[in-house]
Design a protein around this ligand. Structure first.
Ligand SMILES: Nc1ncnc2c1ncn2[C@@H]1O[C@H](COP(=O)(O)OP(=O)(O)O)[C@@H](O)[C@H]1O
Ligand SMILES: [Mg+2]
Length: 345
């Protein structure tokens, strides 16, 4: 049975959807089977992944459609049940049902055995559907900005979680987001968070414009810029939560190749574009994304290869980046990437 992970906070605009996308995509790249469920009527998950599904969660919650018929594949190992504004009208209908807190749980139950993780992307207020997400969740992750009000709001959320679930024991991680290490207040508040919540607080996700650019382009950060700080931070979160949840990549999976970063979003109603059968071609036009002295974005060690760059003849390096094996040249802009581990199905 897969874990159902609610990603929630009482505030909007603090990086919940960004965390859902890049945490789940990282786990999927490691070989986990992942389903994403959007319970926010803004429908940002589909946009952030560059798809426009015809069927949504509304059909399953209100019209009695099978959840399996409302999901679409969005990447290797990664499926989505999307939301849109119709979800607003679903809430009063659900609220009238005597079993209202368990409607989402019932809808997702038939799918649970098909996935290692089901991530529920919550909206930024205490709606009927967000409460449903908390009821359904085996695990809760709370992204939070590191600001005075946000830290106080976190306490309210923990109280709410205890009310809904009897305890806050399902809280697995507090993820500081939009973190700016240059401001002393952020550093001090992060310290306070750690004193209050201890090892629940993960390493912060730093502010990185590549993250907002990637969602605007409908791509994960690993597709858009795997050497960015955003990719490094989310890759680290993927590793930390994989350890916590005891998830290890399947050993025998064949290697597969991700869709190129330039893959267009699927047209409305169609499944997403399938990944191509060959490695992404080198893209000399891609601008360098890290300064030479910036820390490398690796989850394994970068290593020097005995191969030469096909463009400039310089030495090639290899690093593992959030599940991708990336071969790159520091002298020119050559880069090639492929999945380090494969899909399970
Ligand atoms: N670490 C980050 N650095 C820069 N921009 C970010 C970061 N995390 C999120 N954003 C941007 O902030 C905005 C709100 O993020 P989002 O994930 O949609 O928040 P929520 O789901 O909580 O409403 C989006 O434009 C997103 O691209
Ligand atoms: Mg959101």
């Amino acid at each position: 049975m897969g874990r159902i992970v609610a990603v929630t906070n009482l505030k909007g605009g603090i990086g919940k959807t960004t965390t859902v996308v890049n945490l789940s995509a990282g786990l999927a790249l490691k070989g986990a089977r992942v389903l994403l469920v959007d319970v926010d009527a803004q429908g940002n998950l589909a946009m952030a992944l560059g798809v426009s599904p015809r069927r949504t969660l509304y059909d399953a919650l209100v019209d009695g459609a099978r959840a399996a018929d409302c999901r679409i594949p969005v990447r290797h190992n990664l499926d989505l049940i999307a939301a849109d504004a119709t979800l607003l009208t679903a809430q009063p209908t659900i609220a009238r049902r005597p079993d209202w807190p368990r409607v989402l749980e019932q809808v997702l139950r038939p799918l649970r055995s098909e996935y290692d993780f089901i991530f529920v992307d919550c909206g930024g207020s205490l709606t009927v559907l967000n409460l449903n997400a908390l009821h359904a969740a085996s695990d809760v992750i709370v992204p939070t900005t590191v600001e005075p009000f946000a830290v106080r709001g976190l306490e309210m959320l923990v109280v709410q979680l205890s009310r809904v679930k009897g305890s806050a024991g399902s809280l697995r991680a507090i993820v500081p987001t939009l973190f700016d290490a240059r401001t002393r207040q952020s550093v001090e508040l992060l310290e306070q968070l750690r004193e209050r919540y201890g090892s629940l607080v993960t390493a912060p996700i730093r502010i990185n414009v590549r993250l907002s650019e990637s969602s605007a382009q409908g791509k994960t950060i690993y597709e858009y810029d795997p050497r960015s700080r955003g990719a490094a931070d989310y890759a680290q979160l993927v590793e930390r939560l994989s350890d916590l949840w005891g998830f290890a990549p399947p050993a025998s999976a064949p290697p597969v190749v991700p869709a190129p970063a330039s893959a267009p979003p699927a047209p409305r109603g169609d499944p997403p574009v399938a990944p191509p059968p060959a490695p992404s071609p080198p893209d000399p036009a891609t601008p360098p994304t890290v300064a030479p002295n910036q820390e490398p974005v690796v989850t394994g060690a970068g290593s020097l290869l005995s191969l030469s760059c096909p463009h400039c003849g310089g030495p090639l390096h290899r690093a593992t980046v959030a599940g991708y094996r990336v071969v790159y040249c520091d002298h020119c802009r050559y880069r090639r990437q492929e999945l380090a581990s494969g899909v399970r199905r």
